[in-house]
Design a protein around this ligand. Structure first.
Ligand code: DI6
Ligand code: FE
Length: 399
């Protein structure tokens, strides 16, 4: 069975279907019987998927995959009642990962990021986005982006890099905020873009991080270089970051626990995707979920991602994010699955290339031994993925 989006039934499934691949592209889709008849007259290799569900390769459109160290001690503190904001204001939090990341070798960063990527890939992820943001100085940010690029070269995985220039104010810049934002938005951005290391930019627009004005300055600088933007918006408070994301035409606004009706309307009008990150919500034990009914009503496309990062979402399972999107945020399984396929592709600006099964798109598939798609959202901890095809090449296959 092939689950192709866009057909009349809820999940767009096509029973007893077949797909043909030429090079790294989907070349043909039709019935299994027609495919077998064709195969008898032409020299093509045939693979029997054994009745598995075939979905577009999953897309994790928001991760901070490359970093050094661990934040398990902070986790223990938080369980004893210290808040995320208190830890951040006391110089822990992101800053502690920055220290560990700056001290790590590129080899160590690549090794730990590879382990995390492999967990995601084992579940059927074929594309992920990887943000910098734990270097916060030019050399260390460059290293994170280079490691992310290297990950994409070494693994059967498409990696999109994002320069998260404004993540936190590093301790050495505590008294020089303005000049830090100037450097990030000026020479650092230009050097990293010139080196071909950046597919998009991002900023943490939040009361413990950067203001709307600072974020806007950075995003405008990126726009002059024709780089698309993501914005960490409304995770802990509503500062109008969603409106800003819409104003600058960002690809996505991410988190959105705190979002007004006018923010949702602005996202819808701009076509900006809302990326929901239930792993962070869960780990921070937040109690205000993103206003999914509002987003739905406004017609905002919703994506779902792991937000894999050491502080707020040490999550390397996109299937778990699917479950949390449903149980914690009230998404339907259908919405959740669209959130890790077609809407995640849009959040990365890759909707012409991946995210659905259509002729001409890249042949990235994941196969699952399940009876119906909602099982991918229902199971906690099981991994029913039996195969992954990336760019037309079967990477792992159990028939
Ligand atoms: N929001 C998050 O949840 C992560 N970054 C961000 O901007 C957390 C980063 C961390 O705590 O290390
Ligand atoms: Fe994040």
């Amino acid at each position: 069975m092939v689950a192709a989006e866009g057909k009349s039934n809820a999940y767009g499934e096509v029973k007893d279907a077949a797909l043909a691949v030429r090079g790294d592209r989907i070349a043909w889709m039709g019935s299994a019987a027609d495919a077998l008849a064709l195969a008898r007259t032409q020299d093509v290799a045939v693979t029997d998927c054994g009745g598995a569900w075939l979905l577009p390769g999953l897309i994790d459109c928001h991760t901070h995959l490359v970093y050094g160290g661990s934040r398990v001690e902070e986790f223990e503190k938080r369980l004893c009642g210290v808040s995320y904001e208190e830890i951040a204001r006391a110089g822990g939090g992101i800053q502690s990962t920055v220290n560990a990341t700056r001290a790590a070798t590129p080899e160590a960063l690549l090794e730990s990021a590879t382990r995390r990527a492999e967990c995601l890939m084992a579940e059927g992820v074929t594309t992920l986005e990887s943000k910098s943001g734990y270097g916060l100085e030019l050399g260390a940010e460059r290293r994170l982006l280079e490691v992310a690029r290297e990950l994409g070269r070494r693994l059967p995985l498409s990696v999109r890099t994002t320069y998260l220039g404004l993540h936190a104010l590093p301790k050495e810049a505590a008294a020089a905020r303005e000049s830090f934002v100037s450097q990030v938005s000026g020479p650092w951005l230009e050097v990293l873009a010139e080196a071909g290391l950046i597919d998009a930019v991002d900023a943490f627009c939040e009361n413990i991080a950067f203001s709307v004005a600072e974020t806007e300055r950075f995003l405008h600088a990126a726009r002059r270089l024709k780089l698309p933007a993501h914005v960490h918006a409304g995770q802990l408070s509503d500062m109008g970051a969603a409106e800003l994301a819409a104003r600058v035409g960002a690809l996505s606004a991410d988190h959105l626990e705190y979002l007004s009706a006018s923010g949702a309307a602005a996202l819808a009008a701009a076509g900006t995707v809302a990326v929901l990150l239930p792993g962070a919500y869960y780990m921070l034990r937040q109690t205000t979920p993103p206003p999914v009914p509002l987003l739905r009503q406004a017609g905002v496309a919703m994506a779902l991602a792991t937000d894999c990062n050491p502080g707020t979402s040490p999550c390397t399972s996109l299937l778990l994010a699917l479950n949390m999107g449903c149980t914690l945020f009230g998404l339907t399984p259908h919405e959740a699955l669209a959130g890790v396929t077609r809407h995640a592709a849009r959040a990365l600006g890759l909707q012409a290339e991946i995210g659905t099964l259509e002729i001409g798109k890249r042949a990235d598939f994941a196969l699952y031994r399940i009876d119906r798609p909602a099982e991918l959202c229902y199971n906690l901890g099981a991994n029913p993925c039996t195969g992954v095809v990336y760019g037309g090449v079967a990477r792992r296959f159990k028939s």
